[in-house]
Design a protein around this ligand. Sequence first.
Ligand code: HEC
Length: 208
Amino acid sequence: MQQPAKYLITVAITLGLLVIGAVAFVCSGLYNIGADDHHTRPVSAIMQTLREHSIHSRSKDLAVPDLNDPQLILKGAGQYAAMCTECHLAPGREDSEIRPGLYPQPPNLSQMRIDPKDAFWVIKHGIKMSAMPAWGFSHDDATIWSMVAFLQKLPDMTPAQYKDIVARAPPDEDMPMDTGTKTQGMAMPVTAASVASPAIGASSATSR
Ligand code: HEC
């Protein structure tokens, strides 16, 4: 047999064996899918790198609105308090019941600042095989930008400042939603936000 033909056959057999091996592994049940069994370092590193590049390449051309707009920040405070603190915590909130069991661990967003474009993309689209939901199914872009604006201020807030802004924020139920009811099903009723001043809630409901 000619040299190139031999080479091709060897490559084909090797690839075939690799595919058979991979299928056998997938079907064997050997892999532990439990969230309390963590990835090995190399797998973690690959996933982390993939995640960063995937998000960044999709977020880099987004046009960022004025994130210092006080109304936008206030609106984001109510959204964040209603939907995000169980996983991402808040000033004065050290832990939650759900957090220790989540893998990957949600970052503590009261202690770190995420690039606004990346934050918008992740909030809108979520992250596969993690607990981070795609909020874009139930929230329009303007509402998502309000959360991004709030997140930029959050790490500088004291527990008292956080409590105060959430109490003044328009409650989450007040928000016009793209597709209606999906987030209303969340088992986290607005507590602080629902006692917000009716005047602020009413004016913001009509301003959008
Ligand atoms: C059920 C838990 C859960 C809820 C609720 C949740 N998240 Fe997340 N979030 C996660 C997890 C887990 C990650 C990390 C995923 C990863 O690292 O792959 C994440 C990642 C993020 C990131 C990206 C951080 C980074 O390092 O790039 C942002 C921003 C974010 N979430 C914002 C929010 C906002 C805003 C809300 C509320 C609207 C929210 N999340 C609600 C679990 C949650």
